[in-house]
Design a protein around this ligand. Structure first.
Ligand SMILES: Cc1ncc(COP(=O)(O)O)c(C=O)c1O
Length: 435
């Protein structure tokens, strides 16, 4: 039954939203900040958050389950497991692959995991956190992804997994790398945090690996404030992942549910007494990486807008790419051949003979209120956290170094308008012409 008080309150929330959201303020070039990324939230999102709060949906429950199944359907995976961040989803992916349940397939301390040196730290950290050894390969400039050749060269008898992110939405050659993984009996984990909606050879990224991950931090394609998702079409892996997420428990009842298996007091596990409550039987050394229904309500409401968000990102990227084409001194981004990226940002490398450097061009953009970002950590192996840690570096990391020294990116997120992009193009052209 619909509660009239609830309906009335939600109507008021929509009125409040409209009152808080003035007519789109006119864009003032140089004054209105052009952000690199940000959440795009509307009245539906505000209503979804308040509705979940009114219903006191404070823990993980029905809304989480609905968000998981809806997202899995949208992204063409059989199962989705909601987490409290994209980093947690990455940790969950690799930790699950250490489960004794996987027998010979399990990752063991000292096993090698091939990854990329230039990127975000939490694509790599779960490797170290699980006592595994990261094997770093370089990337290409232009696509900012590694290649199948570099990954193949990095394979050793100890290689058991490959874990790589699709850089700023641009797919790595995932079909070829999945083939290498299969040929060498390795697990493939796709960090799809920046690439929701991208395709490679007509197939969605995140559907090639045993696991893929998503982030819902506000910078990403969809947001729930903080949050992440682990996706898989392998039912056994997904079930294990859920156990690792939920303290390592053996029981698969939903939160608040009791005795779905009808054997709650009839099982014997480990050396526990016969009939020990299945709710408190632990079969994995797990974590608690769960999120909440309030946040899931926002994720679900955002999901309805995903096609429009992806289209806006592609449109903004195209406008920048066409508008900046041929500008001297700058290496412009290229989509990986065979891909259709759902872009996270527009990445630029300053060429060595440009006559200007990154601090100068970035300073110019920032002074004009155009926000810039680096390709996250750049070459991770140069950071204090990774120096002296177990690792293997294959070949040169020259391009990862170039990215550390001469690369930055600007925004394409759906909050950026055509008018803003025109201004960004004009500002960059003016800078290059005067340097
Ligand atoms: C490629 C990649 N992986 C993982 C993450 C981590 O996501 P979160 O901030 O939700 O932990 C990010 C964050 O931006 C990212 O860019």
């Amino acid at each position: 039954m619909v509660d009239p008080a609830r309906s009335h309150l939600l109507e008021l929330v929509r009125d409040y939203h409209d009152a808080q959201t003035p007519e789109a303020a006119p864009f003032i070039p140089g004054q209105t900040p052009i952000l690199s990324s940000g959440a795009v939230l509307d009245a539906d999102d505000r209503e979804a958050l308040v509705a979940a709060a009114l219903d006191m949906r404070i823990a993980s429950g029905q809304i989480t389950a609905k968000f998981e199944s809806s997202l899995a359907r949208t992204l063409k995976r059989r199962k989705a497991v909601l987490t409290n961040s994209g980093s947690s989803a990455n940790l969950l992916a690799l930790s699950t692959l250490t489960s004794p349940e996987l027998g010979d397939q399990r990752l063991k301390p000292g096993d090698e995991v091939i990854t990329v040196a230039a990127g975000f730290p939490t694509t790599v950290n779960p490797i170290l956190q699980n006592g595994l050894v990261p094997v770093f390969v370089d990337i290409e400039l232009g696509t900012y992804n590694t290649t199948a050749e570099l990954v193949e060269q990095a394979i050793s008898p100890r290689t058991r997994a490959i874990m790589i992110a699709h850089t700023l939405g641009n797919p790595f050659p995932v079909a070829e790398i999945a083939e290498i993984a299969a040929r060498h009996g390795c697990h493939l984990v796709e960090d799809n945090c920046d690439a929701v909606g991208s395709t490679y050879q007509g197939r969605l990224t995140g559907t090639f690996g045993a696991f893929s991950t998503i982030s819902f931090y506000p910078a990403h394609h969809l947001t729930m404030g903080e949050g992440g998702m682990l996706l898989s079409s392998d039912i056994k892996l997904a079930k294990l992942a859920k156990s690792f997420r939920d303290w390592g428990r053996d029981c698969w009842c939903e939160p608040g549910e009791d005795d779905r298996c009808l054997k709650r007091f009839d099982l014997q596990a480990g050396t526990l007494p016969e009939g020990y409550d299945h709710k408190y039987v632990f079969s994995e050394v797990g974590y608690n990486l769960k999120s909440t229904d309030i946040q899931a309500a926002l994720g679900l409401s955002q999901l309805a807008k995903l096609p429009g968000f992806i289209e806006a990102r592609k449109r903004n990227w195209r406008q920048l790419r066409e508008g900046l084409d041929g500008l001297p001194g700058l290496l412009l981004p290229e989509a990986t051949p065979g891909s259709d990226p759902s872009w996270f940002g527009f990445i630029i490398t300053v060429l060595p003979d440009a006559g200007f450097d990154v601090p100068q061009i970035v300073g110019h953009l920032e002074r004009h209120n155009i926000r810039t970002r680096r390709l996250f950590a750049g070459n991770l192996t140069r950071h204090p956290a990774y120096i002296g840690r177990p690792q293997r570096i294959v070949g040169s990391l020259a391009n990862s170094d170039t990215v550390t020294e001469r690369t930055f990116w600007i925004g394409v997120y759906p909050g950026i308008t055509t008018e803003m992009i025109e201004y960004v193009i004009g500002t960059l052209k003016e800078f290059v012409a005067t340097h």
